[in-house]
Design a protein around this ligand. Sequence first.
Ligand code: 9MR
Length: 481
Amino acid sequence: MSDFPLSAGGARRPLSGPRRALTAGALGVLGVVTALAATLPANAAASTLGAAAAQSGRYFGTAIAAGHLNDSTYVATWDREFNSVTAENEMKWGPIEPSRNSFNWSQADQIVNHAVGQGMKVRGHTLVWHAQLPSWINSGMSASDLRSAMTNHITQVMNHYKGKVFAWDVVNEAFNDGGAVGTLRDSIFTQKLGNGFIEEAFRAARAADPNVKLCYNDYNIDDANANKTRGVYNMVKDFKARGVPIDCVGLQSHFGNPPSNYQQNIAQFAALGVDVQITELDVGGSGSTQADAYRRVTQACMAVSRCTGITVWGITDKYSWRSGDTPLLFDGNYNKKQAYNSVLDALNAATPNTSPSPSATPTRSPSASPSASPSASPTRSPLPGGCSATIKTINSWGGGFQSEVTVQAGSSAVNGWTVKWTWPGGQSISSLWNGRQSVSGSSVTVTNESYNGSIAAGGSTTFGFTANGTAATPTATCTSP
Ligand code: 9MR
């Protein structure tokens, strides 16, 4: 799913008739949605997806492609059913900044202006992604040039949509599908800027707009225990612990079948103090199997108060990027599918007002979100026997590397451990998981987390990190109290 053809959704038709349809319907839908939410008894059934979601303070959105805006049924269905939108391609770096510092807003503006006129929310998608990049971003650029291009892109695009977009996918799909926990996908960003590019992008985004939610968005992070999910989880946890601005995680959710622990996964991200949004939902299949999968996804979101909204990746099967899978809620003739009804029912069944986020005005989540780190200190009691630690490089790239450190107990069990080493050549850790670090000059000290301090005699545990600099495997010492 990483190498998408640039053209699949890009066969944009000329806009002839749509603008009239856009402005004609532009009055008062926010009023309708708001009125529905405000006046319906708590558990009355709303008859559209957006209105049903609004009852619990959430939104229900769709991806929209500007190239289909001349299809009046497409626009009418969008207006009737949805109260949020994501531009399917039009805000991506290539389409919106085709030449350096020269922006082509027109197609994205069509979508945004229509949505704002209808009182819909707008999700911004996406600022930094390895795909659909303009050709002027290329391997000939120096790191500092790429960094300034990235910062300028983030700043200009966010400024243009300030007050209209409520959440941005600041970085999209940066993690690897396979491999060890925390491995990033090789891209021009990792090659030139190292793994710290994600943090840099989020910091630039916060500087550009302090009042918008900043999301990390990815696919295959739906299974609570998958390596890729753990990597993103650890990053979010680390960001929250270090004060790197992040407000939300987007689970794209391009499914065959949602994992059975999907709700647990949403809950574990929410527990880190971020909102969760289902951002690109589509589920291949048909009939009751598909309807059941959609129901489970919707119920999972409704069950977690910080799951603030769902976006499906298109309205009708005929325009889906994976139309052969018939993955959406409306068939090719805009008939409601069984899946539509199961989603509507699940939205209507949600407990009202469970979400902390208001549904209309864009606001940022409270910045004083609970810290990700467990607050309880590890229980430690002196034990005989020692421990040892070994650092292994498991991945490296220009300017950075990833390591795994194995902490091994000796002949006695260990209850709490401290690992120390000294960098030989100016290396610096950019992200560390399954341990707590403190750094003094070139000296690094890592102690266990509350959950991995106890190691049985002869047993072991690991922690990992990514670092800037040349890969190194210094000798590490391990002590246990
Ligand atoms: O649906 C989009 C399709 O029209 C484009 O051709 C494709 C280009 O890479 O991107 C699709 O949207 C993707 C989204 O931006 C990121 N997550 C995966 C989506 C489906 O491919």
